[in-house]
Design a protein around this ligand. Sequence first.
Ligand code: AHR
Length: 511
Amino acid sequence: MFRLTVHGDDRIARIEPGIYGHFTEHIGGVFYDGIWVGEDSPVPNIRGLRLGLIEKLKAIGAPVIRWPGGCFAETYDWRDGIGPREDRPTRINWWQSYDGRYEPNSVGTHEFVDFCRLAGAEPYIAANITSLTPLAIRDWIDYCNSPAGSTTLARERERNGSAEPFNVRYWGVGNETWGGGGNMTGETYAHEFRRYAVIMKNACRDIELICSGANHSDWHWANDVLRVLEPSLKKMDGLSLHFYCGSAGNPLSFTEEEWYRQLRQALDISRAIDRNWGFVVGYGMEKYARLVIDEWGCWHPAGSGPSVHMKEYGIDPAPNNPDCVGNLFEQQSTMRDGIVAAATLNLFNNNAEKIRMAAVAQLVNNLHSLFLAGGDRLITTPTYHVFDMMKYHMGGEALRVSGDTGEIRREKYSVPNLSVSASVREGVLSVTLANLSVTEAAGVSLELSGLIPEREAEIFMLTAGDPHACNTYDEPEKVCLSRSTVSFDGSLTVPAFSALTARIRLRTPKI
Ligand code: AHR
């Protein structure tokens, strides 16, 4: 039995809803055949956007969506994606050298903002500072945010269908500037950031700028960048961090050892959070800038997703490349990916004071996706269900949880038996527990300190008969969320390789 205490009087911080955000790039099947099916498609759509996906995204309260990349952003010119679709140019996509697909620009700023609005999310645009000038980015901000009729670009936006401004609040100043985004040193990027940031902020007061941050366990990048940014300028509102926890074995047929290794790799994100946050605090920026973990997730070898069978149902993923058999980077997601997601989101909740936003990579037909889609088929993955189960934490006050979370030891590493986080919102306590053991159920005794619970708890449970379980086009509901109401006496059982969120109404909410 694991004894845990939720401390009603020990508040960490508000959990920014943006922590539960998403990432969409023009890569493989994320947009084309994923989110975008086209207005003339027999697949149900709203203005070309896949309706089923929008409805499901809305159901989990998607707060923010990042776009257009990723690496795609490094060579993206926003002007290619506006105006009549039939007149838009076809370009070399950043990923074309990998999969032979060209970029038709059917999705541009209008379509992306439309997608966000339909899903109820805020748009977050990653600006290309690698191959566009500060003036071109200034113009993009002008096009998106200037009041109706005010500027030439606002009038162009109106001619293209939107008199009202898009009011895009979040802007990334580059993407992975240590890699595809310019191959810069931290110091060089910091000077570029200063140059772009002053022009971007000057173009619109109501925007927040995200500084391109470190990769995984690069402990130097944040230091190299932040020491050149003048803290008193206050131009940086968020420092990004990319953390892919890689793969351990085959995404579908991993061993027990690989289960734990994958989880260990995922949990190491907490070291990256602490290190990068340490630099933000060390340079005195914590009052106005927090972390933005805008790409995170598992990165398994490609080839396990359903699009490897695309040609069998009449879709050619890349007519220019006969070797391309499916969507670039597309992978299946099992219960293991779902538990990685639950443990990662628990860590984000427990570090709520440090994190402004986050985006799991990527939304559909790619790495660690919530959806797999092709033609008229659309399924959700275990990760989708984790976001569904944990949506109640968004906007809540994160509470400290103490106690025994156990330890599972393997030769070189260990993972806790349990991952946990708790928050209160509108008089309801939400506690998420993920059992990281792949063999043993976990009995939990939950003490609520300073909180008086009602007698009943609503339990959302994600469990399956096998840790390798996943949803497929043939079995779309093999892994799904169950909901039950139980009488609550503080004891809960979490089956092996499973997660649950317990929601308990409080009689005398202190928060
Ligand atoms: O998500 C795939 C790629 O991973 C993104 O384009 C890039 O930012 C990262 O390296």
